[in-house]
Ligand binder design. Structure first.
Ligand SMILES: [Zn+2]
Length: 170
């Protein structure tokens, strides 16, 4: 399962890489020329435009990746395996895949970014829970027997709130 999901995400990346063959073919000699020749002055406006365009392009690509992941995962919503081990592996595979793209699932109860996990309950095949930290405390929400609706959100930064406030100036 894990392998399949990884394969899917690399297929998405390959698609993006292959979708712009003309540009990359042209950009390689350009880069080489610039490296070999004397330093050229870069205008702040040029740099700003390039970075802005890159930012917009990456946002578009990330949105496409999110939609692709969400589209595939939605096929499992409302369904589950009938044993705990497989459900746990499924939740773990989903988490690994999302984590590799800097994503989390959105808790359906409180909206916080969360990790989807399967928690044993009684002798059942387990329940899907949202694992997250709220006000510094590890909290679990949810508890359905099937894969919940998956909405993707960006993974929150690891730093504490204080460190984040300090580094946001730089
Ligand atoms: Zn929650």
């Amino acid at each position: 399962m894990l392998y399949k999901l990884y394969n899917m995400s690399s297929a998405v990346v390959t698609f993006f890489l292959e979708s712009r063959p003309t540009q990359s073919r042209h950009s390689i000699p350009n880069v080489r020329n610039i490296c070999m020749s004397a330093p050229q002055t870069l205008s702040p406006a040029e740099a700003e435009t390039a970075l802005l365009e890159l930012d917009q392009e990456l946002n578009r690509l990330q949105r496409t990746i999110r939609l692709a992941i969400q589209g595939q995962l939605s096929k499992m919503v409302g369904r589950s395996f009938d044993n705990l081990k497989q459900n746990r592996e499924l939740a773990e595979s989903i988490h690994q895949l999302l984590d590799s793209h800097g994503l989390r699932v959105c808790c359906l109860e409180c909206g916080h970014p969360a990790i989807l996990r399967v928690s044993p309950r009684g002798n059942s095949s387990g329940v899907f829970v949202f694992d997250h930290t709220i006000a510094g405390k590890r909290t679990f929400h949810g508890g359905r027997k099937t894969v919940p609706l998956i909405r993707l959100v960006a993974k929150p930064p690891r730093k504490s709130r204080q460190t984040l406030a300090e580094s946001s100036n730089g």
